[in-house]
Design a protein around this ligand. Structure first.
Ligand code: PA5
Length: 369
């Protein structure tokens, strides 16, 4: 049914998202020999993973995967400012697929100014040039992809760094074996994607926009779906956290609304979550709010998270195709980036910080100055 829409898929995004398990399994293997020099774990109180959009999600995914399993903090941030408490007892992992995202560059600059150890993850760009000038560890991911479609590479690179630090022994192998299990289960996962895409298309035609509900340790999956619907399907979509939304957003169902909801369900669902979801379902039924449940597949948290990412990534691209929309371009995001580039000269900040700290600067064209 999608074949007639494939002509609009200019960058073969459907093929790209369908390759998710294979790409992840092979990148987890490849990054297992990552040779970056890292500070000793005992010197650190935590790790900050800074990135925006498609370069943020890997940090959130790892935070879910390891939520109550690490002895030190693992904190994903999507900010321009670095909090004041972050000092040289933290490691900063700066992730930007293009290497040119202003927010991430600013956080990296501030970390450099504070003499915080930094590892950069990018396909190139300014971040790669800064890593070279600053002589900091740099993990290169393959270029030529949409940033959000590079999750199998950025996620594996992050897992490799976190494992190499000694924060999560066996993490990469866990990731790899979960990706291989996902590949074996792909036909049932893809059936769920197809059903979900068609359901969302019907809801869209009825005038509803989606709210995706998820909870720890599956927050990243719900958030990923919201962002993939935004960028691939070019639709407003929202993510809501259980239980926080029980204390505020739930009131919105008393007023007028044009939303349908997607409920993420999984194995780790203690009674305090299950009853909150059951309450929502009763409320939705009473108010005539259309909802669907998406159940994670897999034997453990890593497998479940990956199955959800896969289901949602594929569903977002299928929904784009059902709408006759090209999933790859993100024209408005690019227009904003261009608008900002014309008005904000980040190279001046780079010069200022690097001259204060005695390092050679980098011009915005990437040449060392
Ligand atoms: O997926 C996308 O295209 C965006 O969400 C980008 O990831 C976001 O704009 C940040 O850019 P980058 O990933 O290059 O740092």
């Amino acid at each position: 049914m999608y074949s007639r829409y494939l002509a609009v898929d200019s960058h073969r995004m459907l093929h790209r998202v369908l390759s998710f398990p294979i790409d992840l399994a092979s990148s987890a293997k490849e990054y297992s020999s990552i040779g970056v020099k890292l500070p000793p774990l005992e010197d650190l109180v935590g790790v900050i993973i800074a990135g925006m959009g498609g370069s943020f999600i890997g940090g959130l995914f790892l935070q879910d995967a390891l939520y109550e399993k690490t002895e030190k903090a693992l904190i994903p941030i999507r900010e321009t400012l670095l909090p004041s408490y972050i000092n040289s007892h933290y490691l900063l992992i700066a992730v930007s697929y293009s290497g040119n995202t202003e927010e991430t560059i600013r956080v990296a600059l501030e970390a450099y100014r504070r003499k915080i150890p930094i590892v950069a993850v990018a396909s190139g760009g300014l971040l790669a040039k800064l890593a070279e000038a600053w002589k900091i560890p740099f993990v290169k991911v393959p270029s030529g992809l949409q940033p959000r479609a590079a999750f199998p590479y950025m996620g594996a690179a992050l897992a490799a760094i976190v494992e190499a630090l000694g924060l999560a022994p066996g993490l990469l192998e866990n990731l790899r074996s979960a990706a291989l299990s996902l590949e074996r289960a792909s036909s049932s996962v893809l059936a769920a994607s197809d059903t979900l895409a068609k359901w969302l298309h019907d809801r869209y035609n009825a005038g509803d926009f989606p709210i995706v509900y998820s909870y720890r340790p599956y927050l990243s999956a719900g958030y990923r779906f919201k962002t993939q619907l935004n960028e691939n399907a070019k639709l407003h979509a929202f993510h809501s956290e259980i239980p926080e939304s029980n204390h505020n957003e739930i009131m919105g169902w008393e007023g007028p609304f044009r939303f349908s909801t997607v409920l993420v369900r999984a194995r780790e669902e203690p009674a305090y979550i299950r009853y909150r979801i059951e309450f929502l379902k009763e409320l939705f039924a009473e108010k005539g709010i259309k909802y669907t449940e998406v159940r994670a597949q897999g034997e453990n948290r890593m497998e479940e998270l990956l199955s959800l990412f896969y289901t949602f990534d594929v569903a977002s691209v299928l929904l784009a195709l059902l709408r006759g929309i090209d999933p790859a371009p993100t024209t408005t995001i690019n227009n904003l980036k261009r608008y900002l580039e014309e008005r904000i000269n980040i190279s001046l900040d780079i010069e200022r910080i690097t001259s204060q700290t005695g390092s050679r600067g980098i011009r915005q064209d990437g040449n060392q100055g």
